[in-house]
Design a protein around this ligand. Structure first.
Ligand code: PLP
Length: 293
């Protein structure tokens, strides 16, 4: 993968381009050894990053919970623009030149302390294929309801931390079952979120158009893509609903998507090996809402 990297540290608070041939991360960096850090992944189109304020706000909330310093919005935006200006050509899935922009704040080494970096890479063809063809998913329980963690700040509820080993293990497990994606549920079978995405579904009945998503405050990551889709849907006259959602609700929906900043809205065409309806017109509508600046 061709990444362009900008580092923000004490010596370069506004960011400096890093030489990709020079090692960047120390072996005792706690972001690496403990997953102790927070991050955001954003989408850029034709060199312009989307939903920047929402991402910086969530990065700040995650950093606050983890007691990490967060670079100012101005510094992060400047560093992102610097990285994008030097990036390899973006991926082309028919919606412009697209890059994934990852912002990381790591605890750093015990000696040097926290630091940040921005890595920009072209959106890969697999993402564009998933947008076109959809994915298959399985429901995987994650034990207790994460809402139970809400009162314990040391469990970092709702923070987007670097500790994604569980999410990646869930994806590997899904793939061992022949599916592309994992959707977490509680023990009580309430639908939570995808391993790296939010769940949104549509119900179109008797002239009523409704979008539904699991309640964002119930211990899942509050998705910036889901929020943008809901804002646009509200303006277009759709009704909006926030969980609780159960597998039967997804099975009975007229369309189900996994949504996130870079993938946009990917239709789920099978859930637990049962076919789900895919509606290309609805997917186009939701993609239009979310792909615009
Ligand atoms: N939920 C999880 C666990 C995620 O990792 C992500 C994105 O990476 C999302 C939801 C969607 O977030 P966003 O739409 O802000 O990209």
């Amino acid at each position: 993968m061709t990444s362009t990297v900008v580092v923000l540290d004490a010596a370069h608070p506004a960011g400096v381009l890093a030489d990709p041939a020079v090692p960047l991360v120390r072996i005792d960096d706690q972001g690496l050894t403990r997953g102790d850090g927070v991050f955001e992944t954003m989408r850029a189109v034709d060199g312009s990053v989307q939903k920047f304020e929402a991402h910086h706000q969530r990065l700040s909330a995650s950093a606050r919970l983890a007691q990490l310093p967060v670079p100012s919005a101005r510094d992060v935006r400047g560093a992102v623009e610097l990285a994008l200006a030097h990036a390899a050509p973006g991926g082309d899935g028919g919606l412009g030149a697209e890059h994934a922009v990852k912002v990381v704040i790591s605890r750093g080494t015990p000696e040097d302390g926290p630091w940040s970096w921005i890595a920009v890479s072209p959106v890969p063809e697999t993402t564009f294929r998933q947008r076109r063809e959809g994915v298959t998913a399985v429901l995987l329980p994650r034990g207790h309801a994460p809402a139970q963690d809400a009162g314990y700040p040391w469990l970092l509820p709702g923070a987007k931390t670097l500790s994604y080993a569980i999410n990646m293990a869930a994806l590997r497990h899904a793939r061992s079952l022949g599916a592309d994606e994992a959707v977490f549920t509680t023990d009580g079978r309430r639908v939570l979120e995808g391993a790296t995405s939010s769940v949104v579904c549509a119900r179109v009945r008797a002239g009523r158009r409704t979008l539904l998503t699991p309640e964002p405050s119930h211990g899942i990551l509050p998705g910036t893509t889901q929020a943008k889709i809901f804002d646009a849907a509200r303006r277009d006259g759709w009704e909006l609903g926030y969980g609780p959602l159960y597998p039967a609700d997804l099975m009975a929906a007229d369309a189900v998507w996994l949504v996130s900043s870079v993938r946009l809205a990917v239709p789920v065409r099978r859930l637990d090996h049962q076919p789900l309806p895919v509606d290309p017109d609805l997917t186009r509508l939701v993609t239009n809402w979310v792909s615009q600046a």
